[in-house]
Design a protein around this ligand. Structure first.
Ligand code: C5P
Length: 150
């Protein structure tokens, strides 16, 4: 019986991995400047409106993750960034999507809310108070480390 339980678990895990391997990737940028993190309040779609997120969006077919981070920041913020290390784990989103957060350095332009209602620079003391989207909440510990290195 124990063996059957283990086999069932192994199958469930590999099914999950297959799902993630085939998953579409959404990227988001953790932009830090002067000890503050850039957060964005979503205006759309309806089910996410009012939630805070790290700016980002879907990686296009054939596009590199870091190129997608840079493109999304131009589209949503009118600013140029260079994407660096991934922060935190791959985070499953609904259906067959996953979220990857990258550290991003602002290299040109002042971020403005072009696509959503508001962007705000927040300190580590404000991190836990925002109404983050569920997926973005997963990287809060990593964001704390980024703003307040241990
Ligand atoms: O921004 P965009 O709508 O292109 O992102 C696609 C989806 O990825 C969103 O609908 C949302 O569910 C998810 N997302 C997220 N956290 C982010 C960016 C996107 O959960 N920081």
């Amino acid at each position: 019986l124990a063996l059957k339980v283990l086999q069932a678990r192994a199958e469930a895990v590999s099914a999950r991995s297959r799902e993630l391997v085939g998953a579409k990737v959404v990227v988001a940028a953790a932009i830090v400047r002067d000890g503050l993190l850039l957060a964005q309040r979503r205006g759309h779609p309806e089910r996410l409106a009012g939630g805070w997120e790290l700016p980002g969006g879907r990686v296009e077919p054939g596009e590199d993750d870091r190129a997608a981070v840079a493109r999304e920041c131009v589209e949503e913020l009118g600013a140029e960034v260079v994407a660096g290390e991934q922060i935190g784990p791959d985070i499953p989103l609904r259906a067959d999507h996953l979220l990857r957060v990258y550290r991003a350095e602002l290299v040109a332009g002042e971020p403005r809310a072009l696509d959503h209602p508001e962007v705000r620079w927040i300190g580590s003391d404000e991190l836990d108070n925002l109404n983050w989207l569920a997926a973005d909440r997963v990287v809060l510990p990593a964001l704390h480390d980024l703003l307040d290195p241990p």
